[in-house]
Ligand binder design. Structure first.
Ligand SMILES: CC(=O)SCCNC(=O)CCNC(=O)[C@H](O)C(C)(C)COP(=O)(O)OP(=O)(O)OC[C@H]1O[C@@H](n2cnc3c(N)ncnc32)[C@H](O)[C@@H]1OP(=O)(O)O
Length: 210
């Protein structure tokens, strides 16, 4: 497996891959800092500019925690890369769930029956994604977040640590749900919502012209 991104998130992914017997053949980073270089052997100097990225002999995971950056890198790399997944052995994933390419599922997370988890999603430590959820591409479900049944989370949305979303709620794309928030009503695209019950405090600009 290759990784793109040499920050903190790549350490977590490396641990997961090693724990399931997968070797990391190389790490790419277009901005390798001194700190990163100290802790990792980086295939530095590689700039991601479409076709200039080398054809790899193993799958790649975009190991960047920022949802928007993960999306940007996917758009640049997708024609040249075959994506892998990193799923820790302590996760429980229903045989009836689906998990997209590039997605990473950390220790103790649970994905229940008929849930659909998109591409390049980060399902963090002990997050709970219940039956019939739909999690959009590039989303991040933080540690201990609880998504009840039939919840839909849009592309690029970040669900904060320990947030709770009650059944059948729709959360739009590129939203941020604060840590510990309890979502009891649908949330529109680009909104940041916090508190119990969740209240919208602001909207962000759409990150893509889509
Ligand atoms: C392994 C890992 O580390 S995974 C990382 C997981 N990360 C998280 O879960 C972090 C989630 N982020 C948050 O909760 C942040 O507070 C955000 C994104 C919701 C808001 O951050 P900012 O946009 O910087 O907002 P800011 O801090 O200015 O707060 C705005 C207001 O919302 C309130 N607020 C912010 N976050 C929360 C929250 N989680 N719950 C309740 N109220 C909140 C603030 O108190 C403030 O209220 P005030 O205007 O009355 O003073």
């Amino acid at each position: 497996m290759y990784l793109y991104g040499a920050g903190g998130h790549s350490k977590v992914i490396t641990d997961i891959l090693n724990s399931i017997g997968v070797e990391v053949s190389g790490v790419f980073d277009d901005k390798p800092s001194e700190a990163k270089l100290k802790t990792m052997t980086i295939n530095s100097g590689v700039r991601v500019q479409g076709e200039s990225f080398p054809k790899l002999d193993a799958p790649l995971i975009i190991s960047v925690g920022d949802n928007f950056r993960r999306a940007e890198l996917d758009l640049m790399l997708r024609d040249n890369a075959e994506y892998g997944q990193a799923i820790h052995g302590t996760t429980i994933i229903s045989a009836k769930a689906s998990v997209g390419e590039g997605t990473v599922i950390l220790q103790g997370a649970i994905v229940q029956s008929a849930a659909k988890v998109g591409r390049h999603v980060l399902v963090n430590t002990a997050a709970s994604i219940d039956h019939d959820n739909e999690i959009g591409d590039y989303a991040h479900i933080s540690p201990h977040a609880t998504l009840c049944g039939h919840v839909k989370v849009g592309e690029g949305t970040h669900i904060g640590a320990g947030a709770v979303v009650i059944p059948s709620i729709r959360i739009g794309k590129w939203c941020t749900i604060g840590a510990g928030t309890v979502v009891i009503r649908n949330i529109p695209d680009y909104a940041t919502a916090v508190g119990n019950p969740a209240k919208i405090i602001k909207f962000r600009d759409p990150p893509f012209n889509t």
